[in-house]
Design a protein around this ligand. Structure first.
Ligand SMILES: NC(=O)c1ccc[n+]([C@@H]2O[C@H](COP(=O)([O-])OP(=O)(O)OC[C@H]3O[C@@H](n4cnc5c(N)ncnc54)[C@H](OP(=O)(O)O)[C@@H]3O)[C@@H](O)[C@H]2O)c1
Length: 302
């Protein structure tokens, strides 16, 4: 299969690309910067800037400006939104122009659901209306346009991803190092965020990539939550990190400290999202990492 991956240079995309190539698929990466013979350069904000190879079978669309680990200024929020809404529009136009692509797997995020307290969240839960939920809705709407006009052999799959845990980058490295060079967990100064009762919709990077490949191979359609089957409260995550590092975690990190650092983006750390991967479970998807303790033990060398 020839798979085109936008954002194939990122945390998820690099691992995904490697796995697809390892099993014998041909992969073309779509990037904003040149990167060798298997890379196509595009400008996500310019429709027509992406021309898919003639033998493309499927597209996995992951590109977008980073959401985590940065301050959301008004200008940056615009970039988060535009890179996804306009970027997906550009991908959709490229698929239409090509005319013979079989399938699209398009990224989204559990930010779609907003802050839901203790209520379980499945794919049928309504969207919220905060900034991130609006981004996710508009991002997904662009991909769904392909279903409206039957431009693909199979309607697109939407991957509503939780917080990806990886040893290389992303949320786990940010959690261990939330104040720049100061590493509170390593010094025994780490602690839960606020009262630690908020639900954390995590997923191990290996399961994230396996689930994307499942959506691709099985030609699945519609929204799928890509999260571990056992979401945990922030306090359990904090205990798991402390235990694995062999450090106590006695000091709660107050919300105002994170707001000072990240501004509105601090909402990502305090929103409570008890997300369940109902559709993956119903389809019989086999998670390799089901508990957060086991996932962290796998990712963090003691
Ligand atoms: N990681 C998570 O925990 C998580 C959670 C929920 C949802 N997601 C979503 O899943 C997708 C992949 O996540 P990831 O963690 O692999 O992301 P990532 O590491 O930030 O990589 C995303 C890729 O998008 C491209 N990109 C960066 N800024 C861009 C911009 N302004 N416009 C267009 N493209 C841009 C970059 O590729 P080039 O520089 O090569 O162009 C980058 O490699 C993202 O859309 C993300 O929002 C991730």
């Amino acid at each position: 299969m020839h798979v085109v991956v936008t954002g194939g240079t990122g945390l998820i995309g690099a691992r995904l690309t490697q796995q697809l190539r390892d099993r014998g698929d041909e992969v073309t990466i779509v990037s904003r910067t040149p990167g060798g013979p298997d890379t196509l350069v595009w400008d996500p904000l310019t429709p027509g800037s992406l021309e898919l190879p003639t033998d493309t079978d499927a597209v996995i669309h992951l590109a977008g400006a980073p959401i985590h680990g940065c301050r959301w200024t008004d200008e940056y929020k615009q970039q988060i939104l535009e890179s996804r809404e306009e970027g997906t529009r550009t991908v959709v136009e490229a698929i239409r122009d090509h005319g013979d692509v079989d399938h699209l797997v398009s990224a989204s995020a559990v930010g779609y659901y907003g802050d839901r307290g203790d209520a379980p969240i499945t794919e049928t839960t309504d969207p919220a209306d905060d900034f991130l939920a609006t981004v996710c809705r508009r991002w997904e709407d662009q991909a769904r346009r392909l279903a409206d006009d039957d431009a693909l052999a199979h309607d697109p799959a939407i991957a509503r991803t939780g917080v990806v845990l990886s040893s290389e980058d992303g949320a786990l490295t940010e959690m261990l190092n939330p104040f720049g060079p100061i590493k509170p967990f390593h010094w025994g100064l780490g602690g839960r965020l606020g009262d630690g009762q908020q639900w954390f919709p995590w997923i191990h990077i290996d399961d994230e990539v396996a689930a994307l490949i499942d959506l691709l191979d099985e030609r699945r359609s519609g929204a799928y939550n890509l999260t571990a089957p056992e979401p945990v409260r922030n306090e359990r995550l904090t205990d798991a990190l402390g235990d694995e590092l062999g450090r106590p975690t006695p000091f709660p990190i107050p919300r105002f400290a994170m707001q000072l650092l990240y501004g509105e983006a601090a909402q990502l750390l305090f929103a409570s999202q008890r997300v369940l991967p109902r559709r993956l479970t119903d389809d019989g998807f086999g998670f390799e990492h089901r508990t957060v303790e086991e996932a962290i033990a796998d990712l963090l060398p003691r």
